[in-house]
Design a protein around this ligand. Structure first.
Ligand code: BGC
Length: 631
């Protein structure tokens, strides 16, 4: 920018409005930002949200453990961005799911930093491969919504590095065009004012793009500008006044921030010339459906599933079967399609006897009970709406509503084959009813195509293969992070690295469902573990056998840790297609750089030393194969 006054330079540090950058004298390309990350939430010219494809949530995407699908998800989204003239999509979110109650967990990937980082990496890589910029968010320690604008995450250095920064470190390798700094404070310092966190991002993670503040996150603009917040979003008059009158803005910071915003605008301008949407709307919906089919997790099955008798009566009960359930807040997409109800989807897949048997207004639970007595199975659809799981608040309980639990108990008394379908974005406490029902399907927030995929799983056209990427505890009080000290200003991460399965598996504490868990209609066995050391990595090779009469997909996981402390961490995974009655060899390659811990005294990563065990299994608590190595 030639001959910019200091005022213009300061002005450039903040957006033009809610969704684009300021352009002095119209000389700079004006880029368009839009939410993300689970569908496009683009504001049209009159400010209304334009309808778009609603994709399965990030939770459902992560349940696929399939990086090919992650890339296809991002490519479909990129095409949506191209169609709507969007340059940068505000996603992916890779914040760690520290608390199962966090209102935005459905937008995040996992409680595990490796998995969160790897999914983030592939999402960014594919989105940007189609010339749409990504925005990696929310950097960092934005792990709860309660008091999110001010809360300080009090976290020790080793935990910060190994758990909370790790996903960003991994995802940054895909060179995101932008990173969004989070609302909260870390160890007392507002993230957008935190020079050290910005330095780690730039110097250690090699981030070379533009740092954008979360919306209205900047309270002291000159401090944020000086620390490396390149673009304050959105435009806000009061904040701009503060900026213009500030006397402590560092010239070099201003120059640097301007350089980053200009570089981003130029990158977007060039990218626009390269963009071409490739997938038809139908193809994008097919991708959404395929991801949902792969993301659904079969949590329990007494053998009623797959449901074979397509013509028999199959009553369906519960609001969630009739209404589109999704999380609320900035990621809430306005779906394009009229919602296909569960009985419609089942009928389209051939289940002629499937029907919605319950109507809230006429209160016909009694009729349902009558039907349940004679039906072969009953479907009960339950879950959380966008009011329950949403931005700016956390859930107070993991339980369903009293009414929903009552329907389940009542119908389960009449019929041993109650199939519960759960539409939600984060763990549900099922402990009061799980033993009474025949089957549980986790449909999650599945987007537009959710019920088509659920119907295919129920009828066995799709063999379930999704596995959980977070622990489902038996009770909220079992979660260490939930029990640590919290004040209005601070939350103490005193559980340290004992987040999710890192606590439950280490302590052998019972859970409802462990991290990595999910059933299939096939049966798999693991055998013949070998570990081959290469220069930079280990190849972990084993065989998976499918002894059933169905082709299936199995997600195998590798955990490495010390047998003395029993502290094990996910270090790799693979998803293998195994045809019925056959074996397939599986290989997981672990880069040696992953076999390190952060040494606080030396302020550096240190390779493992001593005796370690490699464990391969179906989930973190179901280990089939083990081998030791001394490092
Ligand atoms: C959210 C961001 C989002 C932004 C813009 C904020 O409230 O935290 O994730 O991208 O709004 O909608």
């Amino acid at each position: 920018m030639k001959n910019c006054t200091r005022q213009e330079k300061i002005r450039l540090n903040m957006g033009k409005d809610g969704w684009s950058n300021y352009s002095p004298n119209g000389e700079l390309y004006t880029f368009q930002l839009s939410d993300g990350p689970i569908g496009l939430r683009h504001h049209g010219e009159n400010g209304d949200t334009e309808p778009s494809i609603a994709y399965p949530s990030m939770q459902m995407l992560s349940h696929t453990w399939d990086m090919g699908l992650v890339e296809r998800y991002a490519e479909a989204l990129a095409d949506d961005c191209i169609d709507h003239g969007v340059d940068i999509l505000l996603g992916p979110g890779v914040s760690i799911k520290r608390l199962p109650t966090c209102g935005r967990n459905f937008e995040y990937v996992s409680e595990d930093p490796l998995l969160a980082g790897v999914v983030g990496y592939h999402y960014i890589h594919a989105l940007q491969g189609r010339h749409i910029g990504a925005c990696l968010k929310h950097y960092c320690c934005n792990n709860q919504e309660t008091e999110r604008y001010w809360i300080s995450a009090e976290v020790d250095e080793q935990t910060l590095r190994e758990i909370y920064l790790k996903p960003f470190e991994i995802a940054c390798k895909a060179e995101p065009w932008t990173v969004m700094s989070s609302y909260n404070r870390v160890n007392g310092v507002q993230v957008n004012e935190d020079e050290r966190l910005h330095r780690i991002l730039r110097e250690e993670f090699g981030f070379d793009g533009t740092v954008i503040s979360d919306w209205w996150a900047v309270h002291r603009p000159s401090k944020a500008v000086n620390a490396g917040t390149n673009l304050i979003m959105p435009y806000d008059e009061k904040t701009m006044e503060k900026l213009m009158s500030a006397e402590d803005i560092d010239d070099s910071a201003l120059e640097e921030n301007n350089r980053r915003v200009i570089a981003l605008a130029e990158k977007c301008e060039h990218a626009k010339t390269l963009r071409q949407s490739k997938l038809t709307i139908l193809e994008r919906r097919q991708i959404a459906q395929e991801i949902e089919e792969n993301g659904i997790v079969l949590l329990k099955n007494n053998g009623i599933l797959p449901f074979k008798d397509k013509e028999t009566v199959l009553p369906i009960i519960g609001n969630a079967a009739e209404q589109y359930y999704r999380g609320g807040g900035s990621s809430e997409v306005k779906p394009e399609l009229p919602y296909e109800k569960l009985h419609e989807s089942l009928q389209k897949c051939g289940a002629t006897g499937a029907h919605f048997a319950w109507n809230d207004e006429t209160g016909t639970l009694q009729n349902c009970v009558k039907e349940a007595k004679t039906a072969q199975a009953v479907i009960v659809a339950v879950g959380n709406s966008h009011i329950v799981e949403a931005e700016e608040k956390d859930r107070e309980t993991l339980r369903l509503t009293k009414e929903e639990e009552f329907y389940i108990h009542t119908l389960a008394k009449e019929n041993k084959n109650v199939i519960v379908v759960v539409y939600a974005g984060a763990p549900i406490d099922m402990s009061t009813w799980i033993d009474e029902v025949g089957a549980v399907i986790w449909a999650g927030y599945g987007g537009d195509m959710v019920n088509r995929a659920v119907a295919e799983i129920i009828l066995g056209e799709v063999n379930p293969s999704g596995k959980l990427t977070e622990t489902f505890p038996l009770a909220l009080e079992d979660v260490p992070a939930y029990c640590t000290e919290r004040t209005a200003e601070s939350v103490y991460y005193s559980e340290k690295r004992a987040v999710g399965y890192r606590y439950f598996a280490t302590e052998k504490k019972a859970v409802l469902f462990p991290f990595g868990y999910g059933l299939s209609y096939s049966e798999f066995f693991y055998k013949d573990l070998q570990i081959e050391e290469q220069e930079d990595c280990f190849d972990v090779i084993f065989t998976i056998e499918n002894t059933s009469d169905r082709d299936g997909k199995e997600i195998a996981q590798l955990y490495i840790g010390s047998p003395e402390t029993n502290y094990f961490e996910l270090k790799g995974f693979t998803k293998v297609n195994v045809p019925m009655h056959s074996n397939r060899q599986a290989k997981i390659t672990v880069d040696k750089s992953l076999l390190q811990n952060f040494d606080v005294e030396e302020n550096a990563w240190k390779p493992y030393e001593g005796r370690y065990e490699f464990r391969v299994g179906k989930n973190c608590m179901d280990i089939s194969l083990r081998k030791e190595r001394v490092f």
